[in-house]
Design a protein around this ligand. Structure first.
Ligand code: B3K
Ligand code: ZN
Length: 855
């Protein structure tokens, strides 16, 4: 496999200012004629390199005449244009969307045709430089059978349409904004629309359309509201106005990712568009809102200013995730959103940063760019942006982003361009901060408070270590912004003001002031930096912070740390006491200003995986055992509290206020705690909630709880759920998922059996993720001692790779964590990676992930 290096970047030798595409559409044969006006930018003659993947040119013409000066190199087309400095190059290709199971390029999904071009799918449609620094104005004509494809959509505006012969019709679309090929999109099919409009801040009316299959239109209301809210938010918070008269979204069932920000024509996975209370949970609703916002925000951070090359991916993704996180925080509860985001970062990104696939947010090399749509690029990328915003504050940050958009509008920019714009616009020196772009690994901070016995002066001593990662044995100290506050419980002269400490060296001392008794130290408040903190706390300090810290995130963090300490002690075989945890949870449950969503997050035990991350060698079985034991102890000790929560009337499922959502969330947590006790009536209670639920949040929570046990109600509920929703693919995904999440000891066998279920299919990525993605997120099941979980995942990768390498490759990283799981498991995990690599004809995607995972 070829490795591509960031340092090898060269500007394109040819630009393509204009491109006209002509599609004769058909499910199993689509003919594409492309007319590229090309202009040479290289000083000397250079051949025109047009990328192709799985296509062959039927004919090549230059300036109107058939041209024979071309050759194929791999899948690429090289056209020799002699001394020309400009030309009109035409290439005809024929593709088969029906057999395109990779879901990259032009493919068929439920009799509809759609495209996915990011990162390198356009070259599967037609020959093109297909690099993000080649921007063109597109003119797209499509023609097809009117009965099969009544709706014909592309980027920009529809400028003309008409009827053709033999029941055919056509449409001509023009996008006035130059864009890279990865933002091209086309959709053709039998779709219905939910229409609305939005008037922009300068008074322009934009037509909005959400296109779905007939029958789904009633489930698009939330997505539409989210779109309008996003448009208003981006005007208000970033001064960004929408720039076309039309904004369309199409929902597609078969989709590799969440959604795609094609200019003026976003294409979405149905799961991030469709929602109604009967079929979508509150979390699904939030997912719809967040992803709609994310893709909309890309119109500026991604489309108007795009990436120079794919090494700059975090330029658009990190920034856009930061923007969608801020939006969702504004739409709901900022602390709860922050907790959710940190939970995700710790679940998905920290393990990546600590394993063989660790890479900086701006990678130095890759083999297959699809493998770099990672939690590091997205979520750590967002944290890096957040730290800059924290250091300069909202007004100066806005000056920086304004400057960035001004300077680079219409350009393909770099991460460096962004940092420079923040530096210049916000007035801050980010020289050292830039290390966050180049160094991988999660910094580890050790904190210690020293006391000067003579005068009671307290000093916070901080040290930082950035761990070695593949290819980066030595690291320089980073600039780490830490929000801290030291509480004075004893009437000393401690400064109880929050301060922002900029830890910029390996060791640093921060004077805290005079405290008679040890201060209660709130550290990394709001998770101001994506780091791991080791801090030997004073007796009772975490309990105090969990109850009293005025930063809700820090309260959450203190309680989580208390739970972690208790669990880690228990897992390592030492005597542990649940008393402090129980007391802290009771405090949180009964605390006054309690937002139920916050309470639900705070009292939830850390995941098995996160407990494992605290240990040098992970013992999945002991973690499962001790976590269940603690859960049961909390369930028993606080039984009346949990019952009281469940005894209150559930809010109506149609009520989607943050308060209603929070109350449902807390009810789900209460049910899980009660069920963990194994109390006689727990299954009946869960089944009662399952049957009586008026919406999916409560129904799914009850089903998931039942799925952990082995009551007769479990089988009953699964059966009822299946029969009720077997025709709704998104809900059926949940049915597969709750079974793969189950804490039962036979879950691996159950997953193997479900893979044979008639409703299971490898051709739908959502279904694959629902079953197998849930299994690899289920630590004790995936790491079952006999290696059956590993085998199942490796079998899946091998079966899926020939059909859909992108989705297959995404299943590999859990196998790469073998160093952490003890010799016996490590040997089995490596053996599965080797078995994968031994398969002939493996994709580049899987080859890269599996071979790197062995290192
Ligand atoms: N930009 C797309 C990513 C699609 C990549 C597919 N390999 C989704 C998003 O981040 O908005
Ligand atoms: Zn994105």
């Amino acid at each position: 496999p070829v490795t591509i290096h960031r340092g090898d970047y060269r500007p394109p030798e040819w630009q393509v200012p204009d491109i006209a595409l002509d599609f004769a559409l058909g499910i199993d044969e689509t003919r594409v004629s492309a007319r590229l006006s090309v202009v040479r930018h290289a000083d000397a003659p250079a051949p025109l390199l047009l990328r192709g993947d799985g296509i062959t040119p039927a004919e090549v013409r230059v300036d109107g005449s058939v041209w024979n000066d071309w050759r194929m190199e791999g899948g690429d087309l090289i056209v020799d244009l002699g001394e020309r400095t400009a030309a009109m190059v035409e290439v005809d290709t024929v593709i088969n969307p029906a057999t395109n199971t990779q879901l990259m390029g032009l493919y068929a999904s439920n009799a509809m045709l759609c495209t996915q071009c990011e990162a390198e799918g356009f070259r599967r449609i037609t020959f093109h430089p297909d690099r993000p620094d080649v921007l063109s104005r597109y003119r797209v004509r499509m023609e097809g059978d009117k009965a099969a494809f009544p709706i014909l959509l592309s980027n920009g505006n529809c400028v003309e349409q008409g009827a053709g012969e033999g029941g055919r019709h056509w449409a001509l679309w023009e996008d006035p904004w130059p864009k890279p090929s990865y933002l091209f999109a086309l959709v053709a099919g039998d779709l219905v629309v939910n229409r609305d409009s939005f008037t922009t801040m300068s008074g322009r009316k934009v037509e909005l359309g959400i296109w779905v299959r007939a029958g789904d239109e009633d489930r698009t209301g939330h997505a539409m509201q989210a779109l309008k809210d996003s448009m208003a938010w981006d005007e208000r918070v970033y001064g960004r106005e929408y720039d076309l008269d039309l904004f369309n979204i199409v929902a597609v069932s078969d989709f590799n990712m969440g959604a795609m920000e094609n200019k003026g024509l976003n294409v979405f996975n149905t799961r991030y568009i469709l929602a109604d209370p009967d079929t979508a949970t509150d979390m699904d609703y939030d997912g719809v809102e967040g992803v709609v916002a994310h893709e909309y925000f890309h119109n500026w951070s991604g489309n108007r200013v795009t990436c120079r090359d794919w090494f700059q991916l975090s330029l658009k993704e990190g920034f856009t995730v930061y923007r969608d996180q801020s939006f969702s925080a504004d739409m709901g509860s900022p602390p709860v959103k922050r907790i959710e985001d940190v939970r995700l970062l710790r679940a998905a990104q920290f393990p990546e940063d600590a394993g063989p696939l660790a890479h900086p947010i701006r990678p130095d090399s890759f083999q297959e760019i699809s493998n770099f749509y990672t939690a590091t690029i997205y979520n750590k990328g967002a944290e890096i942006i957040r730290m800059m915003a924290t250091m300069v504050g909202p007004e100066r940050f806005r000056k920086g982003t304004d400057l960035y958009f001004d300077r680079h509008d219409g350009e393909a920019a770099t991460c460096e361009d962004f940092v420079k714009a923040i530096e210049d616009g916000a007035g801050i020196d980010l020289t050292q901060f830039r290390l966050w772009y180049s160094q991988a690994g999660t910094p580890r901070i050790t904190a210690r408070i020293a006391t000067d016995e003579r005068n009671g002066e307290r000093t916070l001593h901080l040290t930082q270590v950035v761990p070695a990662t593949p290819g980066q044995p030595e690291k320089a100290p980073m600039l780490i912004p830490l929000r801290i506050k030291a509480y004075d419980l004893d009437g000393g002269h401690g400064v109880e003001e929050e301060q922002l400490v900029l830890l910029d060296r390996t060791e640093m001392a921060v004077p805290l002031g005079h405290y008679r008794s040890p201060p209660m130290l709130s550290l990394n408040r709001g998770f101001s930096a994506p780091v791991i903190v080791d801090f030997a706390r004073e007796e009772g300090e975490l309990e105090w912070l969990a109850a009293n810290d005025d930063d809700p995130f820090a309260r959450y963090e203190a309680l989580q740390q208390l739970m972690l300490d208790t669990l880690v002690t228990a897992v390592s075989g030492k005597a542990s006491d649940a008393g402090a945890v129980v007391d802290a949870i009771r405090q949180t449950l009964t605390g006054s200003a309690a937002d139920p969503a916050f309470v639900a997050e705070a009292v939830l035990l850390p995941s098995e995986a996160f407990i494992g991350d605290q240990m040098v060698i992970v013992d999945p079985d002991a973690i499962r055992r001790e976590r269940l034991a603690l859960q049961a102890a909390i369930g028993t000790a606080l039984e009346s509290e949990w019952r009281a929560i469940l005894g209150q009337l559930a809010p109506a499922a149609t009520l989607l206020t943050p308060l209603a959502k929070g109350r449902r969330r807390l009810r789900g947590v209460a049910l899980a705690y009660l069920a963990a006790t194994g109390m006689g009536d727990a299954s009946e209670l869960a089944f009662g909630i399952f049957s009586g639920a008026d919406g999916m949040t409560e129904r799914q929570a009850a089903l998931a709880t039942l799925a952990h046990g082995d009551s007769k109600e479990r089988a009953q509920a699964l059966d009822i759920f299946y029969r009720r929703y077997r025709d709704n693919p998104l809900v059926l995904d949940k049915w597969f998922q709750v079974q793969a999440w189950s804490l039962r000891s036979d879950t691996v066998a159950a997953v193997a059996a479900l893979a044979e279920h008639p409703d299971f299919t490898l051709t739908n990525p959502n279904r694959v993720r629902a079953l197998y993605g849930a299994l690899s997120a289920n630590q004790a099941a995936f790491h079952q001692a006999d290696g059956a979980g590993y085998r199942l995942i490796a079998d899946l990768v091998l079966a899926l790779d020939p059909k859909n390498p992108q989705t297959a490759a995404r299943m590999i990283p859990p196998l790469g964590r073998w160093k952490r799981f003890g010799d016996a498991r490590a040997a089995m995990m490596k053996a599965e990676l080797e078995r994968i690599l031994a398969q002939p004809g493996l994709s580049r995607d899987v080859t890269e992930q599996a071979s790197k995972s062995l290192l």
